[in-house]
Design a protein around this ligand. Structure first.
Ligand code: ADP
Length: 446
């Protein structure tokens, strides 16, 4: 097992990884930007080093600065967190070249899944169902027109190098295909420096359902069930829950086992999330994330498995401590992302948290780096915590979440807590019928 890990992340995720390391008896080295000197992960780490100024391009994305700290501290492994460099194959390679372990999959798997055309191709080869679409990249506008006629409108043009919902354009009918194709390409070029695009049938009103998997390097792949992340605004998830209220037991079991068996064919190692859209009883693979997800705690709550500790163990070459048969699912978990934003306009609300009361009690988990007196820097995302509840049933979990949200107090900054309270009362959330389009529609109607 590792003796010392460098945590290449900040905020809530930095703290989440630090907690796993401490429970495993591993020494921690934190890195931080000048804007994060007062951050909780810096205070709690065994060692901490400043790696640059506030902008992430000059700190958390500066591979050279991070590797310098890794060498100076002489760590055995680097945990990339979520976002930043976690899906950067070149970073994984430079960690490995330095004879340190990268706590994630191999650079080859990161690269494969980072190219969405190649990822979809790999998904087809291992037998995962995909959204009908183009055969690889679109080669020309004419190819786009012909492919759209073949699969039927509406269609979605997506960037091969995509991420964060950018470079995606819908064409409702043939009159919109030229614009959609040209716009998607130019947006992809400016966002990712790569104008390759592909086409998919645009599903009208699907749910977003994802399967958590974990694999060791000895060929064992286990799934830890699904998460429903359909409550989204502009492709950003706000509430996640496990299990999904839309699936029957037989369906979830079949999807989980099929996903794990397919990923096993790739020889994958580490944690990963296979994302699907679900509509009219059918699942369609859209992408695989080769890292931990923000919403991983809902899976931890219903399985009792610490995903970050397991991720570290498999990166150290240890075999998984459990088999598929050992994994049991209990009760229901919901996560509300607490963003420091105006609950109506979503304008970020950085600044000092004058007072803080963290919710607690039975079945309540509050993962946050915030504390009274902490100033939220304006340079990074606005996630200041995640409130997670676990209860025997979905109905009880909703009651518990409402109770916990009422207790939470962040004096001095705005948060999306009032929006969460309203969403939990909405009919479509209560009866579990919401889809990825629901939240924006519901907000427009109010
Ligand atoms: P990104 O990597 O940019 O997040 P994804 O492929 O994961 O892109 O898609 C992001 C979101 O876009 C999905 O969660 C879903 O809301 C929507 N989406 C993607 N593909 C389709 C599709 N074929 N039909 C309808 N919606 C889609």
């Amino acid at each position: 097992m590792f003796e010392q890990i460098l945590i290449a992340h900040r905020g809530e995720i930095g703290l989440r990884v630090l907690r796993a390391c401490q429970e495993l008896g591993i020494q921690t080295v934190a890195i931080y930007s000048k804007a994060d000197a007062q951050s909780m992960h810096v205070r709690l780490a065994d060692e901490a080093m400043c790696i640059g100024p506030a902008p992430s391009s000059k700190s958390y994305l500066d591979m050279r600065a991070i590797m310098t700290v890794a060498h100076l501290a002489d760590v055995d492994a680097v945990h990339p967190g979520i976002g930043f460099l976690s899906e950067n194959a070149a970073f994984a390679e430079s960690v490995e070249r330095s004879s340190m372990a990268f706590i994630g999959p191999t650079p080859e798997h990161i690269r494969l899944m980072g190219d969405k055309v190649a990822a979809k191709d790999a998904a087809i080869k291992v037998g995962l169902p995909v959204v009908p679409g183009s055969d690889g990249e679109l080669t020309s506008l004419d190819d786009a027109r012909k492919t759209a006629e073949r699969i039927g409108y509406p269609v979605l043009i997506k960037a091969a190098a995509g991420g964060g919902g950018r470079g995606m354009k819908v064409a409702e009918d043939a009159s919109q295909i030229d614009d959609a194709y040209n716009l998607a390409r130019s947006e992809a070029k400016s966002a990712f420096g790569n104008d390759a695009v592909y086409m998919e049938k645009y599903l009208a009103d699907p749910r977003h359902i994802e399967i958590q998997i974990i694999a060791d390097e000895h060929g064992n792949v286990v799934h830890l069930g699904e998460r429903d992340c359909s409550v989204q605004r502009r492709h950003q998830k706000l509430i996640e829950e496990a299990p999904s209220p839309a699936l029957q037991d037989a369906q979830r079991k079949q999807l989980g086992l099929h996903t794990a068996a397919s990923i096993a064919k790739l020889g994958y190692r580490g944690v990963g999330t296979v994302e699907y859209l679900y509509e009219n009883g059918e699942f369609y693979f859209i992408e695989m994330n080769t890292r931990l997800q923000v919403e991983h705690p809902v899976t931890e709550m219903i399985t009792g498995i610490d995903l970050v500790q397991e991720q570290i163990r498999v990166a150290a070459g240890l075999p998984l401590a459990f088999t598929q048969e050992d994994v049991t699912f209990s009760g229901h978990a919901i996560e509300c992302r607490i963003n420091a934003e105006d609950p109506d306009t979503f304008v970020p609300s950085p600044g000092k948290i004058a007072e803080l009361h963290a919710p607690g009690g039975m079945g309540v988990r509050f993962d946050s780096h915030a504390y009274a007196g902490y100033a939220i820097p304006p340079y990074y995302d606005s996630l200041i915590g995640k409130l997670i509840v676990h209860a025997p049933s979905r109905e009880e979990a909703i009651i518990r979440m409402k109770r916990a949200l009422r207790e939470a107090a962040f004096g001095g900054v705005k948060t999306v807590i009032p929006l969460h309270e309203r969403m939990l009362d909405a009919e479509e959330f209560r009866d579990g019928s919401y889809t990825i389009k629901w939240l924006e529609r519901w907000m427009d109607e109010r």
